[in-house]
Design a protein around this ligand. Sequence first.
Ligand code: PMP
Length: 386
Amino acid sequence: MIPPRVYLDHNAATFPYPEVLEEMAHVQRAYPGNPSSLHREGREARGRLDEAREKIASLLGALPTEILFTSGATEANNLALRGSRRPRTMGPRFLAVSSIEHPSVGTCARSLAADGHRVEFLPVDSSCRLKLDEFEACLARGPELVSVMAASNETGTLQPVEHVARRCREAGVLFHVDATQVFGRESFDLSRVPADYLSASGHKIHGPRGIGILVRRGRVPLSALFAGGHQELGFRPGTENVAAAAGFACALELVTRRLAERRVHLAELRLALLASLREVSPELILNGDSKETLPNTLNVRFPGLSAETLVLSLDLEGIAVSSGSACSSGAIEPSNTLLAMGLSKRAALSSLRLSLEEDLTPEELARTASAFRRVLERLRGRNVRT
Ligand code: PMP
């Protein structure tokens, strides 16, 4: 019998909780109307959408009118960066984004720079933490918007966003936080992190794919990316996906309610996995901050080996992990995050990301370790190098 696979790529996609799938199927069946319609079916769908919005708002410490549904965090990030221009300002904008942001922030910022706007990329140190002195120096130059993620999707390193948000507020600078990887893994709320904009995504919190939110606090500037109807206060036109919104709210509630146990359990599993990998590969190097980290994420380097080959070999052994690198036009590019931490291209291309969930069993842990042992022995024997 072929053993079931071990999935260790939850930073790429978590699997929806059964409760989420049930809730979505129920909402899809029971609320088929268009929330913009005036008739009863429309009003009922609107009511169910508002219920989801209210639940999300109360879990995040925001107002329902501050929650805007989008197609995911990519759209939310683009909306925050592009749409946050202060009204009645002319000429180029000045934005500062961390150098380890997801491409939906990083590439968006680069395209704004290509359009003539001023963009500064804030550096991180070798453990993937934002350099606060460089952030302060940049703040003194008066950017319009600063964007720093709550936790790196690649290394799991937590960023000092509470401090950054407070300093931005004191300086009168808008602050956007991409909180996509943090919910259900680390405590986070808007009363502690006074961000003006926050992005999150359903499929990273055991919710549905294709839905996200942008939280817009108070009346901070925002303009829509698309022209269309008046949905989402006109900031995100298009018929709302009521079932997905309900699924998002259900998932956020479940991961938030269980956060305390999840954190402890995930952290134990992470350490157990790291210890067993160290046993099979003593030369392994941990990328990222060993303490200030998401409890579910491990980014590890296997000096001299190719991460791409490791991912494919482990896949054949039934283990799903990520190389963290992007494949662009057929060529494997090293991870921007690891390069920003000062790793060489070669070191970045020998790093793997393993991101866990609570349901990882001791038997799966043992299976993962022996798969690594077999693969590493094979590759070292064959001398497969970067
Ligand atoms: N930001 C971060 C930190 C992410 O990890 C991701 C997903 N990899 C995104 C944004 C994009 O999210 P989505 O897939 O919902 O567009």
